[in-house]
Design a protein around this ligand. Structure first.
Ligand code: PMP
Length: 402
């Protein structure tokens, strides 16, 4: 009898399962709005011109393939922290940000989870918004934290349940951990306003909660890396010590290169050095040290005034195309087709995704009848839409909700 005969089959990944169904569909009209990866006007994967140029620079420097240090490429992590916190932030100026390279955003969250499970001196409970990125839940459980939730989404208004959010954070156990999506909340596309962020910061302070920011979309939400960093920078300026997971998958289109960073703000350089030493002890038995190529590309952009400026324009280009698709979809559904329901949220939501309000049975009909694929919670990746398929998509939605 086989050693593994008792291993039960697990359920397929809800997002990657959508891509498989899409691949198997032979209809030429098919659309994949499942996975959160940017597509250009032709529906094709997009390599940013600044990334191509950075890659040329890296190649031209003829670099070796030696191991990186445990915490990655030092220039890259320095520049990544600068991008997130801003040059004016106190922890940056004091040299008290402990930062390590990570296997993209997922790896950053995982390092953070493991570090907090081992060294956070208070409650090991982490509060996640409902809903949240599906991977957050198993990720933090597997890190050794106790996963709890706070209200985030209001089904009636297809907007933020701010009262529910505040009530849940006020009722949370003191000194536990709270996960906050820094911008472009996934899957809802709904962010607190700056005023609401200020209130959240006050509650977090009052309850002595520890804020852990997941920033997977800096620049990708509004088109401005500064604007999208508002929440992180506000919390830091209010004196919070924070944990931060950064990803360069979306804003540089470096998905498969797995480029990210995890950081903690500390009291002073001496404390930072102690925290750094423990980050290394967490990382070393996981994977020893991170991959080198993507970090070199990202660093070539972040360290060059010209490439950085070009990159910012290109991020804005991606954000603007998505915003224009939101306009177009809203206009087609609400005005041209008079599709039953209120569709204003498509325009007001931000980032890669839109939470359409389509129900699981409707998403099933869309896949089976119209060859349009999305996750069953009605989330669509706006980047999968373009002028060639948006009319067909809107008509299919119209038919599915009537
Ligand atoms: N956090 C959130 C909220 C995300 O949406 C994603 C990407 N889907 C990630 C983290 C991590 O992505 P990656 O590991 O590719 O950087």
């Amino acid at each position: 009898v086989s050693t593994w005969s008792a291993v039960p089959a697990g359920p397929p990944d809800p997002i990657l399962g959508v891509s498989e169904a899409f691949k198997a569909d032979k209809d030429p009209r098919k659309i994949n709005l499942g996975v959160g990866a940017y597509r250009d006007e032709q529906g094709k994967p997009y390599i940013l011109p600044s990334v191509k140029m950075a890659e040329e620079l890296v190649r031209a420097s003829n670099p070796d393939k030696e191991y990186l240090p445990i915490t990655g490429l030092p220039e890259f992590t320095k520049n990544a922290a600068l991008l997130a916190y801003g040059a004016e932030s106190n922890p940056i100026k004091q040299g008290s940000v402990a930062v390590t390279q990570s296997i993209s955003g997922t790896g950053a969250l995982r390092i953070g989870g493991a570090f907090l499970a081992r060294h956070y001196p208070h409650s090991k409970a982490i509060y996640l918004p409902t809903p949240t990125w599906g991977n957050h839940i198993p990720l933090f459980q597997d890190s050794g934290l106790e996963v709890r939730s706070y209200k985030y989404f209001n089904k009636e208004t297809v907007g933020l349940d701010f009262e529910g959010l505040k009530a849940d954070l006020k009722a949370a156990d003191e000194q536990s951990i709270v996960l906050l999506h820094a911008c472009a909340h996934n899957p809802t596309g709904i962010d607190p306003t700056p005023e609401q962020w200020r209130e959240i910061s006050d509650i977090v302070k009052e309850k002595k909660l520890f804020p852990f920011f997941d920033m997977a979309y800096q620049g990708f939400a509004s088109g401005s890396t500064t604007r999208d960093a508002f929440a992180v920078r506000h919390f830091v300026s209010e004196g919070h010590q924070i944990a931060l997971a950064q990803s360069f998958a979306k804003n540089m289109g470096l998905y498969g290169e797995r480029v990210g960073a995890f950081s903690l703000t500390t009291a002073n350089p001496e404390e930072k050095a102690r925290v750094d030493s423990q980050l290394k002890i967490v990382i070393r038995p996981m994977y020893s040290n991170p991959p080198i190529h993507g970090a070199r590309i990202a660093n070539a952009i972040l360290s060059s005034i010209e490439l950085y400026a070009q990159w910012e324009t290109e991020v804005k280009g991606m954000a603007d195309r998505i915003i224009s698709m939101r306009e177009k979809l809203y206009n087609t559904l609400q005005k041209d087709l008079s599709t039953p329901g209120e569709w204003g949220h498509i325009k007001s939501q931000i980032g890669m995704f839109s939470f359409t309000g389509l129900t699981p049975p409707q998403t099933k009909v869309l896949a089976e009848k119209a060859h349009v694929y999305m996750t069953s919670n009605g989330r669509i990746s706006m980047a999968g839409l373009n002028s060639g398929n948006i009319e067909y998509f809107a008509q299919s939605v119209d038919a599915a909700v009537r």
